[in-house]
Ligand binder design. Sequence first.
Ligand SMILES: Nc1nc2c(ncn2[C@@H]2O[C@H](COP(=O)(O)OP(=O)(O)O)[C@@H](O)[C@H]2O)c(=O)[nH]1
Ligand SMILES: [Mg+2]
Length: 240
Amino acid sequence: MPDHAPHRPPAAPAAARAARPLRLGVCGPVGTGKSSLIALLCRELSGRLEIAVVTNDIYTDEDARFLRSAGVLAPERIRAVETGACPHTAIRDDISANLSTVEELEEDYPELDLVLLESGGDNLTATYSPALVDAQVFVLDVAGGGDVARKGGPGIERADLLVVNKTDLAPYVGVDVPAMLADATAARGERPVIGLSRTDRASVDRIVAWVEEVRRSQAAGVLVPSDPGPMARHVHAHEH
Ligand SMILES: Nc1nc2c(ncn2[C@@H]2O[C@H](COP(=O)(O)OP(=O)(O)O)[C@@H](O)[C@H]2O)c(=O)[nH]1
Ligand SMILES: [Mg+2]
């Protein structure tokens, strides 16, 4: 069964994190719905949380422009980092451009509760450095194939939340959503998995509740950043 509570490791030092917003990374392959998810979270949460967004594009600010045109946040709260050739590096190894953009937003908007970061990149192994984000969501979609979750990888296995998106498309792409969720859950142990479609209100409520719970934990100083790590030690259901 997917556990919808956020994953919290047992050792929880009272970090001085409440003083700043929750930094939440959203990663996953291109086209799985990261920008759409961020727009949805802004739409759902901006009535009760102060939000800003950082996007990572390779050479453009297309994600930022999409989010600005969605009209879910004031345009100046959405900032783009152009990562050059290595979007993976910009969220993992040399995080300086992202970090300074987040810090600028936090300075410009001292009341912020939540900064959402969208990764660029196009592969299954990109994950955020725990020095950049407090928690991360990895997004897959059913159109990528029902076996993606089973193939695993650091984000799929150890992101704080795995979203299997676009469940409304399952009948058209021949994917068995319950089986895909079960595979994902098996790959993740206790960590939560949410099947999501923007047309399924109950699923939208679940992801909104998850983000709010993570924000509460972070504000209370009991959220410990996890580090999926790029190809760090991990366990598969299958053999290599
Ligand atoms: N059917 C369906 N399409 C979706 C859903 N969420 C996003 N999309 C579509 O998936 C495509 C890629 O979304 P986008 O957010 O740009 O993906 P990104 O590259 O991961 O940021 C767009 O055409 C979205 O409209 C969903 O829940 N259902
Ligand atoms: Mg995008």
